[in-house]
Design a protein around this ligand. Structure first.
Ligand SMILES: Cc1cc2nc3c(=O)[nH]c(=O)nc-3n(C[C@H](O)[C@H](O)[C@H](O)COP(=O)(O)OP(=O)(O)OC[C@H]3O[C@@H](n4cnc5c(N)ncnc54)[C@H](O)[C@@H]3O)c2cc1C
Length: 632
């Protein structure tokens, strides 16, 4: 029997079905028909969560070296595994400097977290941990989208409607930012912050970059990044700022670099501000928890660093550095720009002579002496590379001879090495050094170490090392219990920097269900340590060292195995020009042999076979055809 089909009725049914689903999760937000307010977290499940299961829920915070390595080695059939990270990828940090100058493609240094089967991923920041109730508070790391989507209305119509709604709510023309003739309704308190955001933006510099001598010489780089010391939870992000999660190409880069607003961005900025005010947090419960949120960039609270310097901590930072280097080259190519201004733009400075800073300046040198020299022959002689450090040596954690070798190589490559310097402040385009005065720059990368993240600082009930504020664990990597208000503990420094006193056993009371891949007795903050801890913890969680929670004598027999021991496999730094240094307990190495070892080790350490192939392939392509200089 055939049933007459009406497309109208199908659409109505679809719409009804969609409405019912939405009503189950959200209740209508009173002051506007367009936005929906979230129901209490306990009543909903997130879009990506799995079907109910009796497995224990293991939540891993962070997709860096600790979190991602754990994920790779975990027996995921044992748990309902959930990973929470503001990054949808794992970044191979030792290769980021190469990605920043185009030696390697970004794809070769990143692994998508969602590609791992049997894992639920939350693209979010964890902003609070409640140990008593086993609850995490999550803030989405993507622009919130709680708009009702009507399948019967075309996308264009929806956009038009959103525009019209925003215009009336904000009292502004979203196309040009001008105030509309009618007044903003006084009752729409929920939109106050959005209006403030627009007011702030309207006071921002004009869209024409700062003019100096008739030429565009904008060195301004406002940053509102959450991975920099001083920025903490989402609620502290300035209301009108463009969060890293909302970065979408050139327009955002312009917004970040010149502090100006593209009209297309107005609705997005307003929406982000409103989401912040309404609080789009949600909760996630856990049975077992692994904290591996890493650290923030340290600025020593020096004035102007956050706003004017670039950082190299993550793939997005590397992209930003790459973008800026190529931008300065294009700006300096302007035929009428005086040489003095060109030199300022092409002064590229790295503050921090540790492994990250040294590797970056080495890579920039290689880029400058190869592709830039060939493609921008008139600009190459104007480029000046400088590395600044407060210590008396670069790479001072290495053996003294290796450190001196590195310095000699840099000087040979005409890199200005400035040691024992005190930075007093940073202004747009100018680094202030107490001993030298003002040093103009077109790019300043700040790499002076790390500090604990605001999440770690906010956690209560777990012991922390007093100076670093790192979470403390016992020798099985379990977080140490602390009375509230008595979290801070003073520890004796290790006998030699970087050498953990493995022999000491920890007998303090620890949580049975919370592990931290942070410092225990001040181990070095390296990928090597983080991944060694993660692999060890995976073995414990997999039950390879006896079932957890079991009181049997068999489990007790595993106690010794669960004790985490770290033995360093050595440290390496790539200096550029096919040179490196390698320090190990067995022997030290320098030059090309160390460089080959460096390349071999880091291509092998990639987390997937895809990248183990892509990394050497990328090196081969670069050696054959050179680095790409297109700016995208
Ligand atoms: C450029 C560079 C080069 C390096 N080179 C080397 C090297 O050659 N050898 C070496 O051994 N080490 C190297 N390191 C150091 C190494 O990368 C770190 O020691 C290592 O990443 C630490 O691992 P982690 O898991 O603790 O933190 P990370 O790898 O930083 O991971 C932290 C994760 O937590 C996430 N996160 C942060 N806050 C939150 C939150 N509130 N909620 C949820 N998730 C959060 C982050 O997004 C990230 O995914 C390098 C570091 C950098 C930056």
């Amino acid at each position: 029997m055939s049933v007459p089909i009406s497309y109208g009725s199908i659409l109505r049914q679809l719409k009804q079905h969609h409405q019912n689903k939405l009503h189950a999760q959200y209740r209508l937000f009173s002051s506007t028909p367009l936005y929906w307010q979230k129901a209490p977290a306990s009543t909903i499940s997130t879009a990506t969560s799995k079907a109910p299961t009796r497995k224990e829920r293991l939540v891993v915070l962070g997709s860096g070296w600790g979190g991602y390595t754990l994920l790779k080695h975990l027996d995921k059939s044992k748990y309902e595994t959930v990973i929470v990270s503001p990054n949808t990828y794992f970044a191979m940090t030792p290769l980021l400097a190469q990605a920043a100058v185009g030696t390697l493609d970004f794809r070769a240094v990143m692994e998508p977290v969602r590609s791992n089967g049997d894992v639920t991923f939350h693209h979010a920041w964890v902003d609070a941990l409640d140990i008593q109730t086993r609850t995490l508070k999550l803030m989405p790391a993507y622009p919130p989208s709680f708009r009702e989507v009507d399948p019967t209305v075309s996308l264009q119509e929806q956009q038009h409607e959103v525009h019209a709604q925003l215009q009336s709510q904000l009292g502004r023309n979203t196309d040009n930012g001008e105030r509309l003739p009618h007044a903003v309704p006084p009752h729409s308190d929920g939109k106050r912050q959005a209006r403030v955001a627009l007011e702030e933006q309207s006071r921002a510099p004009a869209r024409i970059p700062e003019a100096k001598g008739g030429y565009a010489t904008s060195f301004k780089k406002p940053v509102h990044r959450r991975d920099v010391e001083g920025m903490s939870t989402a609620s502290e992000v300035p209301s009108a700022s463009v969060s890293p999660a909302t970065t979408r190409g050139a327009d955002d880069k312009l917004t970040q670099q010149h502090g100006m607003v593209h009209p297309d961005d107005l609705p997005r900025i307003a929406e982000a501000a409103m989401a912040q005010e309404q609080g789009r947090y949600y909760e996630l419960k856990f049975d077992k928890l692994v904290i591996a949120v890493g650290a923030y960039n340290r600025t020593f609270s020096i004035k102007g660093v956050k706003e004017n310097a670039w950082f190299l901590k993550d793939a997005q930072n590397a992209r930003s550095i790459r973008w800026r280097i190529l931008e300065t080259l294009e700006q300096a190519s302007h035929p009428e720009l005086p040489e003095e201004d060109k030199r300022k733009l092409l002064s590229w400075v790295v503050v921090g002579g540790g492994p990250t800073g040294a590797e970056l300046i080495g890579e920039i040198h290689d880029f400058a002496s190869n592709e830039i020299k060939r493609i921008f022959p008139t600009l190459a002689p104007l480029i000046k590379l400088t590395i600044v450090d407060s210590a008396g040596a670069i790479l001072h954690t290495f053996d003294e001879r290796l450190s001196q070798y590195a310095r000699a190589k840099f000087l040979n490559n005409r890199i200005d090495v400035r040691l024992k310097r005190t930075i007093t402040g940073v202004e747009p385009g100018v680094l202030h050094i107490k001993e030298d005065g003002a040093l103009p720059f077109g790019l300043l990368v700040w790499s002076t170490g790390i500090t604990s993240s605001p999440l770690i600082r906010s956690i209560k009930g777990i012991k922390k090392e007093k100076r670093s504020l790192n979470l403390l664990t016992d020798d099985q990597l379990r977080a140490l219990k602390a009375e509230e208000g008595q979290e801070l503990v003073e520890l004796a420094p290790p006998p030699k920097p970087g050498v953990p006193p493995n022999e000491s056993r920890c007998t303090e009371e620890a949580y049975e269900n919370i592990w931290a891949l942070g410092d225990w007795r001040m181990m070095p903050a390296t990928a090597q340590v983080a991944s060694a801890k993660a692999k060890h913890l995976a073995s414990i969680l997999n039950g390879e060292m006896g079932e957890l929670g079991s009181n049997s004598t068999a489990a007790a027999a595993y106690q010794d195995q669960r004790y985490f021991k770290y033995s360093s496999r050595g440290a390496m730094t790539n200096l550029g020009s096919s040179q490196a240094i390698f320090e190990s307990p067995v022997a030290n190495m320098t030059g090309r042999t160390a460089w080959l070892l460096w390349r071999g080790a880091y291509s092998w350490m990639s987390m997937s076979w895809r990248n183990r192939l892509l990394v050497p392939w990328g090196w081969l392509v670069t050696a054959t055809f050179g680095r790409d200089v297109s700016r995208f």
